[in-house]
Write a protein that binds this ligand. Sequence first.
Ligand code: GAL
Length: 343
Amino acid sequence: MGKMGRYRWLCLTGACCLLFLTACDGEKEQEKKDSIRLGVSIYRWEDAFVGTLRTELETQVKEYEQRTGVKVVLDIVDAKENQSVQNSQVERFISLGCDALCINIVDRSAASNIIDRAMDADVPVVFFNREPVEEDMNRWDKLYYVGADAKESAVIQGTILADAYEEDQRSLDLNGDGVVKYVLLEGETSHQDSLIRTEWSIQTLKDRGVPIEKVTGGIANWDRSQASALMEQWLAEYPDEIELVISNNDEMALGAIDAIEREGVVRDIKLVGIDATPAALEALRDGSLMGTVNQDLQAYAGTIFEIARCLAMDEPVEDHVELEDGKYYRSAQVGVTADDMID
Ligand code: GAL
């Protein structure tokens, strides 16, 4: 081959390579999905906190669609506190071709069925708010969990109380007898948050030297009306003893406030919750609630979506979200009191 021939040959091969690369690029472009489908199952539709989280998730998905033009089909269903209902919902999601699932599991110790189905179909799962046991989470590298650290929520709750006591002992020790007498409202027994929140709120008060004594306590399953019924009973049983209500969440604290208001006796009982739901913030504003813990819902919901979106679009999750142990995200938390509500 002469000089010119070699030159022509080189040009031709170069052009071919360029064509090939452009074609590959085009293929990549085409591969980038312009529509994804996510299946979301909520353990109980009426749950106030999870409801707020769901609304935030919907808002963020809409914003994302508007910003990027990518269509997100968001299928949200209620598992009605029934694990077998939720298992069937997962099967339906998979048969509909969902690209990823977001699961607020009913029974956190029974994730294996969902994980089996998801693994068989190669559909990744982002669990949220109700944390599957570690053994299940370690079964597959396409399982993620988004939530808030229960110990941190409780320490913040205890700190709100301890700070108030330190500033003015009579703010909690209403009768000035040197002891703060409290009742405790607890969430579901099987929920990771209930036990840990109870333990660490009390421990924080003890560590800070607040003299506390438990009058009584009970399980109200995160629910306003169950808590209200319990508090009504306690007010009748211990009419002049209760000085403080420590609640594992806001809804139960609001239930206790309902009972106090129903009773109609003027009392200065203090109450604290966790979640910073809109109703709780209102109660902070009107002075019936003393404090709560905000779990940064924007980041919480935003991360559920971002992980699911990355998985659905085959983008590496770790490029977009900072994870613990490659699979856990815990949202930041902060205490909120009436003082923070002054605009
Ligand atoms: C907790 C929350 C409760 C309830 C529960 C449901 O984290 O504080 O209010 O929503 O989750 O799993």
